[in-house]
Design a protein around this ligand. Structure first.
Ligand SMILES: C[S@@+](CC[C@H](N)C(=O)[O-])C[C@H]1O[C@@H](n2cnc3c(N)ncnc32)[C@H](O)[C@@H]1O
Length: 477
């Protein structure tokens, strides 16, 4: 290429040095940083430019000129189209190495003195206990299919960058094993019954989502069908046939939701079983209903709880706030160690689950507050020794951050599934008088660019021994 800015369609040869934040292979060409889709660090490629923003260029591989020593064949038949597991063509050890490098760069502005190695996932395949599949009437035609392949009904995952096209997933290598067969049955039964899939442009069609969840410890499996209307004449026979084929499905629920937004949820009808599943984790038993958040990788959530316990350092009687508590995972894990915990959560069914989960586990020193944290935290009169904070991907609401600083707990254990938004919050907390002591990353999402990370903050003005309720070693239960 000549000495000019790269343009769409240009071909550029470059070495892929590392992974960029979205999992694409990153290399340099002059002053330009290239993110090349599907390219693996250590390879040399000819890249075809499809977009440029200032000195950042997005490209795809035109030709692999020299393979990488850490490349491997992706297991997934949909790897080229899906985009969900961007790292499947990289050995797992190399994924961790590159994730660690990317994390180091993301965390640099927070100046964290101690960043631990990533806790690897012992079983990096079929680890997800929840899959949210989408129905659509615009099936994506994959590269290895004939151009006249059926392009209507589909149920699977969104194709990267396409809100309207659905990849008709035949097999997902990170979903729990039974999910693939149930997905195939739902597709076959729905097509045989002539049921319509949601048309995202015209806003019509019956079937919207199929959410599948499994309790790994209990083996219980839930299917949640999200539809635009209740349509019992269509849904009841579908559920009956599904149960004949999959007797391991312990519960089936339906959510009716005719809004246009692309989200699961709505009015719930239990079509079979109890409407909930159960999971065991960290020596505790959890009831999980369809609308409640639960960590999606059960084995690695065990590691996460271990780390949160090690960093929270609670002693019996310590007062803990668990902000964004979901169905009470960290609340109950810390209450079991003797802390007096208040959990705060927005979703009513998650709060119901959290309260029932406290009862299931015989834990009384815990209280759950329902509502938006912006309001519920403002109304709180107690002051915590320790705060666990586990916000959704965008991070903590600025007003909640301000209230957190004003509450002045001696320790904050900040759990994040998005280190980028966490860093912004950590910088605000630092300005509010906290030291960021440590970061401990956990790979909850193998083969993807996502990483969970636990940050420990201490109040800079706290005494060296901590407060009276904080002193001493953690109590293992
Ligand atoms: C990442 S999840 C963490 C759940 C829990 N800590 C766990 O590990 O199972 C974030 C939770 O925050 C809740 N949430 C989101 N916005 C909220 C808000 N404004 N106020 C309270 N909770 C909120 C979500 O419903 C979700 O359960």
């Amino acid at each position: 290429m000549q000495e000019r800015k790269p343009r769409k369609g240009d071909l550029v040869e470059l070495d892929i040095e590392r992974l960029g934040p979205k999992g694409h292979g990153r290399g340099r060409f002059g002053e330009f940083t290239f993110d090349v889709r599907g390219a693996v660090p250590g390879s040399r490629v000819r890249a075809a430019v499809f977009r440029r923003r200032k000195n950042r260029v997005d490209a795809v591989i035109d030709e692999l000129l020299a393979p990488s020593p850490v490349a491997c064949a992706p297991r997934c038949a949909h790897f080229a189209s899906c985009g969900g597991c961007a790292f499947q063509n990289l050995e797992y050890a190399a994924q961790l190495e590159h994730l660690a490098q990317a994390l180091g760069e993301t965390l640099a502005p927070a100046e964290i003195p101690d960043v631990a190695p990533i806790v690897a996932c012992a079983q990096p395949w079929n680890y997800r206990n929840k899959m949210d599949f989408t129905f659509g009437n615009k099936r994506w035609i994959e590269a290895d299919e004939p151009p006249d392949a059926p392009n209507g009904f589909a149920v699977g995952l969104h194709v990267a960058g396409r809100f309207d096209k659905i990849l008709d997933v035949r097999s997902c290598e990170i979903a729990f094993v039974e999910a693939n067969a149930i997905l195939a049955s739902v597709r076959e039964l729905a097509v045989a019954a002539g049921l319509s899939a949601w048309d995202v442009r015209e806003h019509r069609g019956l079937l919207r989502h199929l959410v599948l969840r499994k309790g790994f410890a209990t083996g219980e499996i839930m299917a949640d069908l999200v539809t635009t209307e209740e349509a019992p004449d269509a849904i009841e026979p579908l559920v009956a046939r599904l149960l004949e084929r999959h007797p391991g499905l312990t519960t089936v629920v339906q959510h009716t939701n005719d809004g246009v937004a692309l989200v699961a949820g709505g009015v719930e009808t239990v079509r079979h079983g109890s409407g909930v599943i159960h999971e065991e984790l960290a020596g505790l038993s959890f009831r999980i209903s369809a609308a409640s958040f639960f960590q999606t990788n059960t084995a690695q959530a065990e590691e996460l709880v271990r780390i949160v316990r090690e960093e929270a350092l609670v002693v019996p009687g310590a007062r803990v706030f668990d902000l964004y508590c979901g169905s009470g995972l960290f609340s109950l894990a810390l209450a079991k160690q003797g802390a007096r915990v208040t959990g705060f959560e927005l979703v009513p069914s998650a709060i119901d689950d959290a309260r029932l989960n406290a009862g299931r586990n015989g834990i009384d020193a815990v209280r759950f507050v329902a509502g938006d944290l912006v309001e519920t935290l403002a109304a709180e009169t107690e002051t915590p020794d320790v705060c666990v904070v586990d916000p959704p991907r965008p991070g903590v609401h600025p007003r909640v951050l301000a209230m957190l600083t004003a509450l002045a707990p001696e320790r904050i254990v900040y759990v994040s599934c998005n280190p980028k938004s966490a860093v912004e919050d950590l910088i605000v907390l630092r300005a509010g008088g906290y030291r960021v002591e440590r970061a401990r990353p956990v790979d909850l999402f193998p083969h993807t660019p996502h990483l969970e990370c636990v940050f420990t903050l201490t109040r800079a003005t706290a005494t060296a021994s901590g407060g009276s309720s904080m002193a001493g070693p953690s109590v293992e239960s």
